[in-house]
Design a protein around this ligand. Structure first.
Ligand code: DX5
Ligand code: ZN
Length: 228
Protein backbone atom coordinates (compact mmCIF):
# COMPACT_ATOMS: atom_id res chain seq x y z
CA UNK A 1 0.00 0.00 0.00
CA UNK A 2 2.07 2.96 -1.20
CA UNK A 3 1.26 6.26 0.55
CA UNK A 4 -0.22 9.25 -1.24
CA UNK A 5 -2.54 12.15 -0.47
CA UNK A 6 -4.74 11.82 -3.56
CA UNK A 7 -8.46 11.79 -2.81
CA UNK A 8 -9.66 8.26 -2.10
CA UNK A 9 -13.33 7.29 -1.93
CA UNK A 10 -14.14 4.55 0.59
CA UNK A 11 -17.77 3.40 0.40
CA UNK A 12 -19.09 2.05 3.71
CA UNK A 13 -20.78 -1.31 3.17
CA UNK A 14 -23.00 -0.44 6.14
CA UNK A 15 -25.27 1.02 3.45
CA UNK A 16 -24.99 -2.02 1.12
CA UNK A 17 -27.36 -4.99 0.87
CA UNK A 18 -26.28 -7.20 3.80
CA UNK A 19 -27.52 -10.32 1.99
CA UNK A 20 -25.25 -9.60 -0.95
CA UNK A 21 -21.86 -8.24 0.16
CA UNK A 22 -19.84 -10.09 -2.48
CA UNK A 23 -21.72 -8.58 -5.41
CA UNK A 24 -22.03 -5.19 -3.74
CA UNK A 25 -18.25 -5.02 -3.29
CA UNK A 26 -17.66 -6.05 -6.90
CA UNK A 27 -20.08 -3.34 -8.01
CA UNK A 28 -18.46 -0.46 -6.07
CA UNK A 29 -14.95 -1.55 -7.07
CA UNK A 30 -15.95 -1.87 -10.75
CA UNK A 31 -17.47 1.60 -10.41
CA UNK A 32 -14.20 3.13 -9.26
CA UNK A 33 -13.98 3.22 -5.47
CA UNK A 34 -10.49 3.21 -3.94
CA UNK A 35 -11.00 1.47 -0.59
CA UNK A 36 -13.80 -0.56 1.01
CA UNK A 37 -14.82 0.68 4.48
CA UNK A 38 -16.18 -1.94 6.88
CA UNK A 39 -18.04 -0.74 9.99
CA UNK A 40 -17.85 -3.13 12.94
CA UNK A 41 -20.26 -2.24 15.77
CA UNK A 42 -20.82 -3.99 19.09
CA UNK A 43 -24.07 -2.59 20.51
CA UNK A 44 -22.09 -1.32 23.50
CA UNK A 45 -19.51 1.23 22.36
CA UNK A 46 -22.13 2.36 19.83
CA UNK A 47 -25.88 1.74 19.93
CA UNK A 48 -25.95 -0.61 16.93
CA UNK A 49 -24.72 -4.09 16.00
CA UNK A 50 -23.23 -5.14 12.68
CA UNK A 51 -20.76 -7.99 12.25
CA UNK A 52 -17.43 -9.35 13.41
CA UNK A 53 -14.24 -11.03 12.23
CA UNK A 54 -15.97 -14.03 10.63
CA UNK A 55 -17.89 -11.74 8.28
CA UNK A 56 -14.70 -9.80 7.55
CA UNK A 57 -12.94 -13.05 6.65
CA UNK A 58 -15.84 -14.09 4.40
CA UNK A 59 -15.82 -10.85 2.42
CA UNK A 60 -12.03 -10.46 2.22
CA UNK A 61 -11.65 -12.54 -0.99
CA UNK A 62 -14.15 -10.24 -2.70
CA UNK A 63 -12.07 -7.10 -2.03
CA UNK A 64 -9.40 -6.28 -4.61
CA UNK A 65 -8.65 -2.79 -3.30
CA UNK A 66 -8.01 -1.96 0.38
CA UNK A 67 -10.01 -3.42 3.27
CA UNK A 68 -10.40 -0.60 5.79
CA UNK A 69 -11.98 -1.86 9.01
CA UNK A 70 -13.43 0.65 11.48
CA UNK A 71 -13.88 -0.92 14.89
CA UNK A 72 -16.62 0.70 16.96
CA UNK A 73 -16.18 -1.80 19.77
CA UNK A 74 -14.97 -1.81 23.37
CA UNK A 75 -12.82 -3.49 24.46
CA UNK A 76 -10.71 -3.69 21.29
CA UNK A 77 -7.60 -5.65 22.29
CA UNK A 78 -9.14 -9.16 22.64
CA UNK A 79 -10.31 -9.01 18.99
CA UNK A 80 -7.26 -7.55 17.20
CA UNK A 81 -5.71 -10.89 16.25
CA UNK A 82 -9.01 -12.20 14.88
CA UNK A 83 -9.41 -9.16 12.60
CA UNK A 84 -5.78 -9.41 11.50
CA UNK A 85 -6.23 -13.11 10.72
CA UNK A 86 -9.32 -12.21 8.71
CA UNK A 87 -6.90 -10.54 6.31
CA UNK A 88 -7.91 -6.90 6.65
CA UNK A 89 -5.47 -4.15 5.59
CA UNK A 90 -6.23 -1.34 8.07
CA UNK A 91 -7.55 -1.72 11.62
CA UNK A 92 -8.91 1.49 13.13
CA UNK A 93 -9.75 1.74 16.83
CA UNK A 94 -11.40 4.60 18.72
CA UNK A 95 -9.42 6.64 21.24
CA UNK A 96 -12.60 6.67 23.36
CA UNK A 97 -12.86 2.85 23.43
CA UNK A 98 -10.64 2.34 26.46
CA UNK A 99 -7.95 3.69 28.77
CA UNK A 100 -5.01 2.17 26.86
CA UNK A 101 -5.11 3.36 23.26
CA UNK A 102 -1.28 3.35 23.09
CA UNK A 103 -1.23 -0.35 23.91
CA UNK A 104 -4.04 -1.02 21.43
CA UNK A 105 -2.19 0.72 18.59
CA UNK A 106 1.01 -1.15 19.44
CA UNK A 107 -0.94 -4.42 19.32
CA UNK A 108 -2.41 -3.55 15.91
CA UNK A 109 1.04 -2.65 14.54
CA UNK A 110 2.43 -5.90 15.98
CA UNK A 111 0.10 -7.86 13.67
CA UNK A 112 1.73 -6.17 10.67
CA UNK A 113 -1.49 -4.34 9.74
CA UNK A 114 -1.85 -0.59 9.29
CA UNK A 115 -3.16 1.14 12.41
CA UNK A 116 -5.85 3.81 12.42
CA UNK A 117 -7.08 6.02 15.25
CA UNK A 118 -10.68 7.26 15.16
CA UNK A 119 -11.87 10.26 17.16
CA UNK A 120 -15.49 11.11 17.94
CA UNK A 121 -16.94 14.58 17.33
CA UNK A 122 -16.53 15.45 21.04
CA UNK A 123 -12.82 14.53 21.16
CA UNK A 124 -10.18 17.20 20.45
CA UNK A 125 -7.42 16.89 17.83
CA UNK A 126 -4.83 16.93 20.63
CA UNK A 127 -5.81 13.36 21.55
CA UNK A 128 -3.88 12.20 18.48
CA UNK A 129 -0.55 13.89 19.29
CA UNK A 130 0.84 11.40 21.86
CA UNK A 131 0.36 8.41 19.53
CA UNK A 132 1.31 10.03 16.23
CA UNK A 133 4.29 7.69 15.78
CA UNK A 134 2.01 4.64 16.03
CA UNK A 135 -0.60 5.44 13.39
CA UNK A 136 -1.03 5.25 9.62
CA UNK A 137 -4.44 6.93 9.57
CA UNK A 138 -6.57 9.23 11.66
CA UNK A 139 -10.34 8.91 11.19
CA UNK A 140 -12.24 12.06 12.05
CA UNK A 141 -15.87 11.25 12.79
CA UNK A 142 -18.15 13.90 11.33
CA UNK A 143 -21.22 12.19 12.83
CA UNK A 144 -21.61 10.37 16.14
CA UNK A 145 -20.78 6.75 15.25
CA UNK A 146 -23.47 4.09 15.12
CA UNK A 147 -25.61 4.74 12.07
CA UNK A 148 -25.40 5.66 8.42
CA UNK A 149 -27.33 8.52 6.91
CA UNK A 150 -26.77 11.12 9.65
CA UNK A 151 -26.16 14.81 9.15
CA UNK A 152 -22.58 16.08 8.77
CA UNK A 153 -21.33 18.01 11.83
CA UNK A 154 -19.71 21.17 10.47
CA UNK A 155 -17.83 22.02 13.68
CA UNK A 156 -15.36 19.22 12.86
CA UNK A 157 -13.78 21.09 9.96
CA UNK A 158 -11.46 23.15 12.16
CA UNK A 159 -10.33 19.91 13.77
CA UNK A 160 -9.41 18.46 10.37
CA UNK A 161 -7.35 21.59 9.64
CA UNK A 162 -5.51 21.27 12.98
CA UNK A 163 -4.77 17.61 12.37
CA UNK A 164 -3.45 18.35 8.89
CA UNK A 165 -1.02 20.87 10.41
CA UNK A 166 -0.02 18.47 13.22
CA UNK A 167 0.67 15.63 10.76
CA UNK A 168 2.98 17.67 8.51
CA UNK A 169 5.07 15.37 6.29
CA UNK A 170 4.26 12.18 8.19
CA UNK A 171 2.68 9.43 6.04
CA UNK A 172 -0.63 9.51 7.92
CA UNK A 173 -3.95 9.54 6.05
CA UNK A 174 -6.77 11.80 7.20
CA UNK A 175 -10.02 9.93 6.75
CA UNK A 176 -13.42 11.53 7.23
CA UNK A 177 -16.38 9.41 8.22
CA UNK A 178 -19.99 10.54 8.29
CA UNK A 179 -22.32 12.64 6.17
CA UNK A 180 -20.05 12.88 3.11
CA UNK A 181 -21.86 14.11 -0.01
CA UNK A 182 -20.79 16.24 -2.99
CA UNK A 183 -21.71 19.24 -0.79
CA UNK A 184 -19.56 18.33 2.23
CA UNK A 185 -16.66 16.61 0.38
CA UNK A 186 -15.01 19.87 -0.77
CA UNK A 187 -15.11 21.28 2.78
CA UNK A 188 -13.16 18.36 4.23
CA UNK A 189 -10.81 18.06 1.25
CA UNK A 190 -9.90 21.75 1.54
CA UNK A 191 -9.22 21.24 5.25
CA UNK A 192 -6.74 18.43 4.48
CA UNK A 193 -8.62 15.13 4.23
CA UNK A 194 -7.58 12.50 1.69
CA UNK A 195 -9.84 9.50 2.43
CA UNK A 196 -13.59 10.11 2.24
CA UNK A 197 -15.88 7.43 3.64
CA UNK A 198 -19.39 7.53 2.24
CA UNK A 199 -22.23 5.11 2.96
CA UNK A 200 -25.53 6.62 1.92
CA UNK A 201 -23.67 9.05 -0.35
CA UNK A 202 -22.48 6.14 -2.53
CA UNK A 203 -25.21 3.50 -2.19
CA UNK A 204 -28.38 5.59 -2.34
CA UNK A 205 -30.35 5.19 -5.54
CA UNK A 206 -28.21 2.29 -6.79
CA UNK A 207 -28.13 -1.50 -6.49
CA UNK A 208 -26.15 -4.40 -7.95
CA UNK A 209 -28.69 -4.27 -10.79
CA UNK A 210 -28.06 -0.53 -11.23
CA UNK A 211 -24.33 -0.25 -10.40
CA UNK A 212 -23.85 2.78 -12.64
CA UNK A 213 -25.59 4.86 -9.94
CA UNK A 214 -22.79 3.89 -7.54
CA UNK A 215 -20.34 5.05 -10.19
CA UNK A 216 -22.11 8.38 -10.60
CA UNK A 217 -22.22 8.91 -6.83
CA UNK A 218 -18.51 8.05 -6.42
CA UNK A 219 -17.55 10.32 -9.33
CA UNK A 220 -19.63 13.22 -7.99
CA UNK A 221 -18.02 13.05 -4.54
CA UNK A 222 -14.53 12.70 -6.04
CA UNK A 223 -15.03 15.57 -8.48
CA UNK A 224 -16.33 17.90 -5.75
CA UNK A 225 -13.41 17.00 -3.44
CA UNK A 226 -10.76 17.37 -6.14
CA UNK A 227 -12.11 20.76 -7.15
CA UNK A 228 -11.60 22.07 -3.60
C1 DX5 B 1 -20.96 5.61 11.24
C2 DX5 B 1 -20.04 4.78 10.35
C3 DX5 B 1 -19.92 5.35 9.00
C4 DX5 B 1 -21.22 5.42 8.26
C5 DX5 B 1 -21.16 6.49 7.23
O1 DX5 B 1 -21.00 5.06 12.50
O2 DX5 B 1 -18.76 4.71 10.92
O3 DX5 B 1 -18.92 4.70 8.24
O4 DX5 B 1 -21.60 4.23 7.68
O5 DX5 B 1 -22.42 6.58 6.66
P1 DX5 B 1 -22.91 7.89 5.91
O6 DX5 B 1 -21.93 8.16 4.81
O7 DX5 B 1 -24.27 7.50 5.43
O8 DX5 B 1 -22.92 8.99 6.93
ZN1 ZN C 1 -17.00 4.03 9.63
Amino acid sequence: MPFDRKIKIAPSILSADFANFGQEIRAIEDQGCDWVHVDVMDGHFVPNLTFGPAMCKAIRPHIRTVMDVHLMIAPVDPYIDAFAEAGVDIITAHVEAGPHIHRTLQAIRATGKKAGLAINPGTPADAVAPVMDLIDLVCVMTVNPGFGGQKFIHSQIDKIRSLRAMIGDRPIHIEIDGGITPETAPLVAAAGADVLVAGSGVFSGGSVAKPEVYGQNIAAIRKAAEAA
